[in-house]
Design a protein around this ligand. Structure first.
Ligand code: C5P
Length: 226
């Protein structure tokens, strides 16, 4: 029986938020944003460890009291210059068997729920490859030129927006990220190995906080009984 671990890359700065404080520490419903995803992952009984990958220069994490998560939460100060490098460095530093499942979840997706997590794990735990939460594209897609004029409308048929967690065997993911470091998510590196990750249908509430107005939306959702 393989174990399930979570790894949360949290070594970015979130430049698009336009704040000095890295976005994972921005206040959200009375807590730093990162606390919400960590709480959901730590409360999931199937997950045995939650590794959080921080920048070696991080001065914030130790200022918060995360003792309620106990030993299940393990910080690693080995983040890199890209998300992929942070995930790979964390994977290599953490004590995870190659056959164990790893759920990689962005610190900037605070609205993840237990229902999302259970769906991902139950749909993938017997899968040969693994996969990710994702949402079919709902809006009409426009291809623009360099000055925001429409060049053409793109078909949205069979297009999905990738979310996290993304769940793969730790050994395969480490190999994939070593071979293909220039990716914006874990699934892309797995795809470069010639494998086909499974898309597990999620919903738009598991969005990534990227722009300042996203914080308000996240706060509304977190305060909502779900
Ligand atoms: O910037 P973006 O929102 O795409 O980042 C996604 C996740 O990757 C965030 O949780 C961020 O902290 C993390 N990240 C990282 N190391 C980097 C850049 C981003 O851990 N160098």
């Amino acid at each position: 029986m393989s174990n399930f671990h979570a790894l949360v890359p949290a070594a970015g700065f979130g430049a698009r938020m336009g704040h000095e404080l890295p976005k994972q520490y921005l206040p959200l419903a009375g807590q730093p944003m990162i606390a919400h995803a960590l709480a959901t992952l730590c409360a999931c009984e199937q997950i045995s460890r939650v590794w959080v990958v921080l920048s070696p220069e991080d001065t914030q994490f130790r200022h918060y009291d995360f003792s309620r998560f106990g030993d299940k939460l393990q910080p690693l100060y080995c983040g890199g210059t890209s998300r992929a490098e942070s995930v790979l460095n964390g994977l290599l530093a953490a004590d995870i068997d190659a056959d164990d499942w790893l759920l990689v979840h962005d610190a900037a997706r605070p609205c993840l729920t237990q229902a999302h997590l259970h769906k991902l794990i139950s749909e993938l735990k017997n899968d040969a490859v693994g996969g990710l939460l994702a949402v079919p594209v709902a809006d009409t897609l426009k291809r623009a030129d360099g000055v925001a004029r429409v060049l053409r409308t793109e078909s949205r048929a069979q297009l999905w927006q990738a979310q996290t967690p993304q769940m793969f065997r730790a050994g395969v993911l480490a190999r994939a990220l070593q071979q293909c470091p220039d990716v914006t998510d874990d699934a892309s590196a797995i795809e470069a190995l010639g494998l086909q990750p499974k898309l597990v249908a999620c919903d738009a509430t598991n969005f990534k906080v990227t722009y300042p107005q996203d914080l308000l939306l996240a706060e509304l959702l977190i305060n909502q009984p779900r």
